[in-house]
Design a protein around this ligand. Structure first.
Ligand code: ADP
Length: 455
């Protein structure tokens, strides 16, 4: 069911319940007060008749009948029946015997002094009156024609008011519900207008205060994130294809030039060496891209096992030094490490090696002395790895950007690289529940610090 209809019917239901109980209360209170008033009049009647009979000495029932016949204040269809102390009727205006007063009722009047009951269509009031000489029971009965007709009219009025109110509330509810939901309809049509090619569009945020404005603000926030992710993705693909195409173009050019004419052996060797260099770079690039994809995927099937950090550091160090003979990598242990067996984390050997190797390699690569200082530190909860160098440093405004794929700082020109290393390191560290921080001063040096919770 549409929300508009639901709201209308809920509103209608609440109003119907309130109206019903309000009408019921009005009806009951009116009906009770009619009854009270009518019995009050019947009581006055019995009192008057009894007074006449008891207090006026000369009056007899015949005279009473005459007085009563001409009484303009008589009630509609009024009947009076009086019993003496032996239950004999001493006065009765009910000639056609429409009323039937049972003996028990007479006894009860003597007991309770008063009695009220209904004998359709009459309402009957009985009372017990005594004097020194008399003990009489007087019953007065009559039909409350006016009272009941008023009650009927009230019933009709309440029913009409009930129906008209519900109809009015139904249409008013529909109108208000439609008005209240108009901004939602508006948001839906705006959202429908946003496609892959128009991700820069935003939803109108109205007064920026109510719930719907909040919805629009939240949605716009999500659009901002989607747009940014889309841009990153696009840039990534553009950068990746550029990085792959450039060495391929260079290789093709070199081969074409070499093939133009017959060349000496040394020249062929020089070309092949240069091409081998490019192919190695291409290989490293495609490996890094693959690892990046693997480290970025949430449902990565990377297997994790307990690994010793210091062991991996030594292995990575010797692998780098085998390739780069001019590099120096010094590994130091903090004095507060008492038990080296505690330097364990739950991780993936290959990914972890890649991350540490990138940090060591960068430290040497971006410093004149080609030296990297590694410090292993730990407290009770965490392991800290510091990679320090005395190199070119990273400009302050670029400190966070260096973790973006393919981003290279302005001062890195002249040093070979593709800008993928640090983004890969950050992804791997995150995957291992770690954090990475960088501090750097231009032409003084840089320090990368990674922290892992102890396994
Ligand atoms: P690459 O080294 O291949 O360019 P990285 O992702 O490893 O890519 O590094 C990104 C950028 O961060 C580098 O281009 C460089 O500008 C800067 N950088 C990284 N490590 C260092 C360092 N130790 N000293 C100075 N600059 C660094």
């Amino acid at each position: 069911m549409e929300i508009r209809k639901k709201l209308t019917f809920q509103f209608l239901g609440i109003v119907a319940i309130i109206l019903f109980f309000a009408s019921l209360a009005i009806y009951i209170s009116f009906s009770t007060s009619r009854k009270e008033e009518f019995f009050g009049r019947l009581e006055s009647k019995t009192k008057l008749i009894a007074q006449m009979l008891i207090e006026i000495e000369d009056i007899d029932t015949e005279m009473l009948r005459k007085i009563e016949r001409n009484n303009p204040l008589s009630l509609p269809n009024e009947k009076i029946i009086i019993f003496d102390y032996q239950n004999n009727i001493i006065y009765n205006t009910d000639e056609s015997q429409l009323l039937d007063i049972p003996k028990e009722s007479i006894d009860q009047v003597r007991l309770d002094k008063q009695i009220r009951f209904a004998q359709k269509p009459y309402e009957v009031f009985g009372a017990f009156y005594t004097s020194d000489y008399d003990r009489i029971v007087v019953f007065a009965a009559a039909r409350d024609i006016y009272g009941f007709s008023k009650l009927k009219r009230l019933q009709l009025i309440l029913l009409i008011v009930f129906i008209i109110s519900l109809i009015t509330v139904y249409f008013a509810g529909r109108l208000f519900a439609s008005r209240a939901l108009l901004p939602v309809t508006d948001i839906i049509s705006q959202v429908n207008g946003i496609g892959v090619t128009s991700l820069d569009q935003r939803i109108y945020e109205g007064n920026r205060k109510d719930e719907l404005a909040n919805l629009a603000i939240t949605f716009n926030g999500m659009l901002n994130r989607i747009e940014a992710a889309f841009k990153t993705q696009k840039n990534f693909i553009a950068n990746a294809s550029h990085e792959l195409r450039t060495p391929l173009t260079v290789i093709t050019g070199q081969l074409e030039v070499t093939l133009l004419k017959e060349r000496k052996n040394e020249e062929y060797q020089k070309t092949i060496k240069s091409i081998l260099d490019d192919v190695r770079n291409l290989n490293q690039l495609s490996n890094r891209l693959l690892l990046l994809a693997q480290a970025s995927s949430e449902t990565s099937e990377t297997s994790f096992e307990p690994i010793r950090i210091d062991d991996i550091l030594w292995t990575v160090r010797s692998e780098i030094l085998k390739r780069k003979l001019n590099y120096t990598i010094n590994i130091n242990f903090s004095a507060r490490i008492e038990d080296e067996d505690k330097l364990k984390i739950n991780g993936n050997d290959l990914l972890f090696k890649t991350a540490l190797s990138n940090l060591m390699d960068n430290a040497c690569k971006y410093s004149n002395n080609k030296t990297s200082e590694v410090l292993i530190d730990a407290d009770n909860n965490s392991i800290f790895l510091h990679f320090r160098d005395n190199g070119v440093g990273i400009p302050k405004d670029e400190l966070t950007m260096v973790f973006q794929p393919f981003y290279r700082a302005k001062n890195s020109t002249g040093v070979k690289g593709n800008g993928l290393g640090l983004s890969l390191v950050e992804k791997i560290v995150k995957q291992h529940n770690g954090t990475i921080e960088v501090t750097s001063t231009i032409n003084v040096g840089s320090e990368f610090k990674i922290t892992f919770p102890i396994f």
